[in-house]
Unconditional design. Structure first.
Length: 241
């Protein structure tokens, strides 16, 4: 009988150790997941702010200093909403576009897509707050993980909505720059807003990808009682023998 008690005690002790190890691994996994989630939200929010800056800056196209335009008294900036002339004295005059229909197709499309990207980013931010592990907007961890994944998908959509117009505008600028039919005074180069837009799209993609990696936690609780019950059954069989 002493041997049977020792076997039972050893089995229960082993089960307790396994439960402790699994609990420790689960805790470490949760901390790592929370860290990746925070990093993803930070990158996505930074990219979203960059999208707003890209939308507001009037520097999508800038004057190209080629040919006889190497020395000029002013620099022309063209954005989504206005065009600005910067004098050599430092003075800057800006004017809003008079007609939207008179704008190039890429500029019209960029206006719509960038605004949609900003609005979509707002919803992504709200969903990331709801699904964050450090908030109490939801009690269920599975629902939090799903909300976090949804926010990641939204941020990826926002990234595509800023990446497409920036790349389209860059393609148009480069095409016109090398077009011999376009006058040198009308040629433009890539502005700073396009580079900010590309960087913002990259941050949104990275942040959205990290948020999409937050898988719902697996419920391991049914596994341990079954194992414990199996150990108790084995020890009970020894008693009857």
């Amino acid at each position: 009988m002493v041997g049977i008690s020792d076997v039972r005690g050893t089995s229960e002790h082993q089960t307790s150790r396994n439960a402790t190890c699994i609990s420790w691994i689960s805790s470490a996994s949760t901390m790592a997941s929370q860290g990746l989630q925070i990093l993803g939200v930070f990158l996505a929010l930074t990219g979203w702010l960059g999208t707003i800056i890209t939308c507001a800056l009037p520097m999508w196209r800038v004057t190209a200093f080629v040919g006889a335009n190497i020395v000029t008294a002013q620099v022309i900036w063209e954005g989504l909403w206005m065009t600005c002339a910067v004098q050599s004295t430092g003075q800057m005059q800006c004017k809003m576009y008079d007609s939207m229909l008179a704008l190039p197709q890429d500029t019209q499309a960029a206006r719509a897509m960038v605004i949609i990207s900003v609005v979509v980013g707002v919803f992504g931010t709200l969903m990331s707050v709801v699904g964050a592990k450090c908030t109490n907007c939801m009690e269920d961890e599975v629902s939090k993980a799903k909300a976090c994944i949804v926010s990641g998908v939204i941020f990826i959509i926002a990234a595509l909505l800023i990446l497409i117009p920036a790349s389209w505008s860059a393609h148009t600028i480069i095409r016109d720059f090398y077009n011999p039919l376009v006058l040198e005074a009308q040629r433009r180069e890539l502005g700073a807003a396009l580079y900010i837009g590309w960087g913002s799209a990259g941050l949104l993609l990275l942040g959205g990808g990290l948020l999409c990696n937050n898988c719902p936690p697996k419920d391991d609780r049914p596994f341990l009682p079954a194992k414990f019950a199996l150990a108790r059954t084995a020890s009970s069989n020894v008693d009857y023998v």
